[in-house]
Design a protein around this ligand. Structure first.
Ligand SMILES: [Zn+2]
Length: 100
C-alpha cells in the first residue's frame, strides 16, 4: 500500500466534497452520458444553468422531477417505468464526413 502525499490527499478529499455539493444542488457533473429510457422515452437533459432534469416529448426542457437511480456504474433504473437503462457510449469517431 502506497500512502498518498498528505497535500494530495487533502486535495482529493476537497474535490470529493465539491462534487458532492454540486450533486446536492442538482448540478450535472459531466461524469457520464445523458440517459434516455427506451421504454417510456423519459430522457435526461441539462438546462442552461447546468441543472440535470428529466423530460419527455413534447415537453422537452420541462422537468418531470423524476431522476434515474444508479444501479451500478453504467446501469440505471428509469423512475417512470422501472426499466433498466444502460449509459450510452460516448460519441467518438463520428467526425467522418459522408462521401461527397
Ligand atoms: Zn422509462
Amino acid at each position: 500500500m502506497k500512502r498518498l502525499d498528505p497535500e494530495l490527499r487533502r486535495l482529493v478529499a476537497h474535490l470529493d466534497v465539491v462534487r458532492k455539493q454540486a450533486k446536492a444542488l442538482g448540478l450535472f457533473t459531466n461524469e457520464r452520458e445523458l440517459l434516455e429510457c427506451p421504454g417510456c422515452g423519459l430522457m435526461e437533459d441539462v438546462t442552461a444553468d447546468g441543472i440535470l432534469i428529466t423530460c419527455r416529448e413534447p415537453d422537452l426542457g420541462k422537468d418531470t422531477g423524476l431522476r434515474f437511480a444508479a444501479l451500478n456504474q453504467h446501469a440505471f433504473r428509469c423512475p417512470a417505468c422501472g426499466r433498466s437503462v444502460r449509459e450510452p457510449l460516448p460519441e467518438t469517431g463520428s467526425e467522418e464526413a459522408p462521401p461527397a
